[in-house]
Design a protein around this ligand. Sequence first.
Ligand code: HEC
Length: 108
Amino acid sequence: MKKGGLCLAVCGVLLLAGCSTGGNDTVNQKEAPAVQADPQEVYMSNCASCHGGNLQGATGPGLQQIGAKMNKEQILQILENGKGSMPAQSHISADERDQLATWLTEKK
Ligand code: HEC
């Protein structure tokens, strides 16, 4: 932010001098966050139909306290291989499965 202000000041000076790079300010101020999948969104589109929109359970068991029951490895196993009548979730990318499993282990 300080940098932006500085640039604004500098560009302002430069503008006075006939410089036209003022437009760079908008680019400089963008603090691009790392692109990351939102595990909750992944859950909503892949799991909520069976496990409920609030992890409360539906056709599948509730997952509200799954973190107290299973560790990340176990959850990943289920996502990769399925369990009982739950189909394997291999259509979800490994990255997203990983984040989803981490997110679920926090549910306890
Ligand atoms: C088609 C319905 C269905 C979908 C979609 C589904 N599940 Fe399941 N899930 C089940 C069923 C049914 C079980 C119970 C399986 C058993 O124990 O025999 C289960 C079990 C689980 C368990 C173990 C729960 C326990 O207490 O033993 C976890 C963890 C789990 N699912 C996570 C997920 C996640 C995360 C997703 C989304 C990526 C997902 N499931 C998608 C139906 C589904």
